[in-house]
Design a binder for this molecule. Structure first.
Ligand code: MTE
Length: 303
């Protein structure tokens, strides 16, 4: 269960100012020395957030060796091997489209925008397995507010960095690249939507989407797009990779919903990595506070 809602807490309550300042100094020193934000770099000044679940956290090994990152292989163990040398620094993210202040940000600039929080989220893959992971980041809304979305912006489109030469499985993965995904603007602005830089106290390893990815915990895992290079605010609904690949199986919303089965299997239960028994899947993956985003929508139709 969620112990609290972000809206109930202010940063000043969860982040001592001194911790925040120390982290800014750490980032400044990293940038000045030219050190790369390599995977495994410990993140300083991370504050525990009130977003946490009671269930036991999965092991680092579970979360970093059982991955979906089709650019680096379609079998779960391959991204950890094939993304090992993926160069994730320097890295910029272009934020463009319907906003007053479009611009490119370096990852370091983005990381300085707000205190880094550790949030222990449930993560439910559409393939009916799940895990509990301590992600590190802050709400995507913090970044989007920087570019000042205009009234025309109704959706947010995300695009993963793509280079065929660096991504060995791009020719046979069976899905189009670059990997793309999207959210409605109000979904993207929901405090639970996490812009993620790290996990287990460290920078993300490449196989988990370094150096910057989304974690949208009330949606199936494929909405949590990795290694983001571009974010575009727009008036139209953006295409999403899995809908492009298999339109009759995947829609735009992809909210975790135990009442709507996948055409090929039940979504009523899931197996937590490391366990044998099945657990019941929870509506919105247990994040009931997002229900208001979908009031009046038929969630059997808008899958
Ligand atoms: N992002 C990109 N660019 N490419 C992918 O293949 N796979 C998605 C999502 N983001 C994917 C992606 C799927 S299907 C899942 S379940 C999650 O990443 C897996 O995240 P994890 O490997 O960190 O558990």
């Amino acid at each position: 269960m969620l112990i609290g809602k972000a809206s109930e807490y202010r940063y000043s309550e969860i982040t001592p100012q001194s911790v925040f300042l120390r982290r800014r100094e750490f980032l400044a020193a990293m940038m000045a020395s030219g050190s790369a934000f390599a995977a495994g770099t410990k993140l300083e000044g991370v504050v525990k957030s009130n977003y946490k679940v009671d269930d036991a956290v999965n092991s680092y090994k579970d979360a970093t060796t059982y991955n979906n990152f089709y650019e680096f292989g379609t079998q779960k163990e391959l991204p950890a091997i094939q993304a090992r040398n993926f160069k994730t620094s320097p890295w910029t993210v272009s934020i463009e489209g319907d906003c007053a202040k479009p611009r490119k940000f370096s990852v370091e600039e983005i990381m300085k925008l707000a205190p880094l929080e550790e949030r222990v989220y449930r993560f439910r893959c559409v393939e009916a397995w799940s895990m509990i992971v301590p992600w590190i980041g802050f709400s995507l809304s913090t970044l989007l507010k920087q570019v000042e979305p205009t009234a025309k912006a109704k959706f947010v489109a995300f695009e993963t960095y793509y280079n065929r030469k660096e991504m060995p499985s791009s020719n046979y993965a069976g899905i189009p690249f670059p990997y793309v995904d999207g959210l409605r603007l109000d979904e993207a602005m929901h405090p639970l939507a996490l812009l993620t830089f790290g996990m287990y106290g460290e920078m993300l390893p490449p196989q988990n989407g370094a150096p910057i990815r989304m974690i949208v915990p009330w949606k199936y895992g494929f909405k949590s797009i990795k290694s983001i290079a571009k974010i575009k605010l727009q008036s139209s609904m953006p295409p999403v990779t899995w809908n492009l690949a298999i339109p009759h199986e995947y829609g735009f919303y992809s909210n975790v919903n135990p009442r709507v089965d996948h055409p090929r299997w039940s979504q009523g239960s899931e197996r937590r990595l490391g366990e044998f028994r099945k657990r019941p899947t929870l509506m919105f993956n247990g994040y009931d506070e997002v229900a208001g985003l979908y009031s009046g929508m038929d969630l059997k139709k808008f899958i």
